[in-house]
Design a binder for this molecule. Structure first.
Ligand code: FES
Ligand SMILES: [Fe+2]
Length: 386
């Protein structure tokens, strides 16, 4: 992000903090409880994610030629490879024989030998080794191979389309946010691995927990609220995506510092909601990524939490410190946000009350649900301006 833009956002955040205010949506918004519980909505949500460009990780997870990594995307195992020429490809990680996963984890390899009967594939997905070939006369080495999925490295991140016949146009998907995301360099920072949360909450309820900081003073009283302000957010929409700025408590000190000396990153966290199922959180030293997927029924979801850092992880003590920060953020989400959300999901499923309210002070939440609704063809007339 340009320095001028960061300073401008800092000014807006400082004004809100000074006024004890937050950006407001034009009106409160009502959501049907069944959005989180209905099987019909759930299958439409899954189809929406299936049809949307999927950010699956940082470019730095494929650090050089012949690097590979395996990602699970809404239950589907995807093998990503980087060819010698630097290009990124993706394949269904499903053996042509009896569907074993041909690769696991991440590393460097030009070939993948299936652990079941040793059929072997190169990193362009081609079948290059077929022991017991006489058993499979219809298959041809070099011309048969893994199913390829459209893949791209864009704005520093790895992207795939889950439909092998789709066109993957990430530039069109991100619009004006592409340049801004790229400018952070998050996708080029050192990756710290993945932590997975399988939760008894609808995937949208999981994402809702990242869409406002109204809950900080209560849910995160002992954790995030000790450093960040509550109910104080700068909100900007970019088509179906949005950006939130969460000011830190220290921002008020800027009143006594000339603007030329401001270091915006010491005073705020930037949160991006990327349509439809991605949350990015950027701080001075971390690029956190939450990939949230619907589970096998409305009340189940999987969150893959990743983190990348500007720190030099080759120094052992630095790496240990970065992992501790990652673990702290992860346990806060797991033990504070998602634990509370599980009780919300139980109430929603009980049928006790048929709707939820999103306040004017929760514009990010309203925007997320309106963007999903619009994509599903349920445009809502009662929230103009978002
Ligand atoms: S399932 Fe892969 S070789 Fe048999
Ligand atoms: Fe939270």
């Amino acid at each position: 992000m340009q320095h001028d833009q960061l300073i401008d956002l800092t000014r807006r955040a400082l004004k809100l903090a000074r006024d004890n205010a937050t950006d407001l949506a034009p009106a409160p918004h009502r959501i049907d409880a069944r959005d989180y519980t209905s099987v019909e909505r759930h299958s439409r949500d899954r189809a929406l994610i299936q049809a949307s460009p999927q950010l699956v990780g940082y470019g730095s997870e494929l650090p050089g030629p012949n690097a590979y990594c395996v990602k699970t995307v809404m239950g589907r195992s995807v093998l990503l490879t980087r060819a010698s020429d630097g290009s990124v490809r993706a394949f269904d990680n499903v053996c042509l024989h009896r569907q074993a996963q041909v690769a696991t984890g991440c590393g460097v390899a030009k070939r993948f030998s299936c652990p079941y009967h040793a059929w072997t594939y190169d990193n362009a997905g081609r079948l290059v080794g077929l022991p017991g070939r006489e058993g499979f006369p219809e298959l041809h080495v070099k011309s048969d191979g893994l199913t390829e999925l459209p893949a791209a490295e864009f704005a520093g991140f790895l992207w795939v389309a889950l439909d092998s016949g789709a066109t993957l146009d990430v530039a069109a998907h991100l619009g004006p946010l592409a340049e801004e995301l790229d400018s952070w360099g998050i996708g080029r920072w050192a990756p710290l691995g993945e932590k997975v949360l399988d939760s008894a909450i609808n995937w949208k309820l999981a994402i809702d927990t990242f869409a406002e900081n109204y809950h900080f003073a209560t849910v995160h009283r002992q954790t995030f609220a000790t450093i960040a302000r509550s109910n104080c957010t700068v909100f900007d929409a970019y088509g179906p995506h949005h950006r939130l700025i969460f000011p830190l408590n220290t921002i008020l000190e800027l009143d006594n510092i000339p603007e030329e000396q401001w270091n915006p990153f010491h005073n705020m966290v930037v949160i991006y909601a990327l349509f439809p199922n991605i949350v990015l959180s950027v701080t001075i030293a971390n690029g956190e990524l939450f990939r949230v997927y619907p589970g096998d029924r409305p009340g189940r979801s999987t969150t893959v939490h990743q983190n990348s850092t500007t720190l030099d992880l080759s120094v052992e003590s630095v790496a240990a410190g970065a992992q501790a920060v990652f673990e702290y953020a992860h346990s806060t989400v797991r033990d504070e946000d998602y634990r509370l959300a599980e009780s919300v999901q139980a109430n929603l499923e009980s049928g006790a009350r048929d709707h939820l309210l999103f306040g004017r002070n929760e514009p990010g939440l309203q925007h997320r649900h309106l963007a999903w609704g619009r994509a599903l063809g349920n445009a809502s007339p009662d929230a103009p301006g978002l």
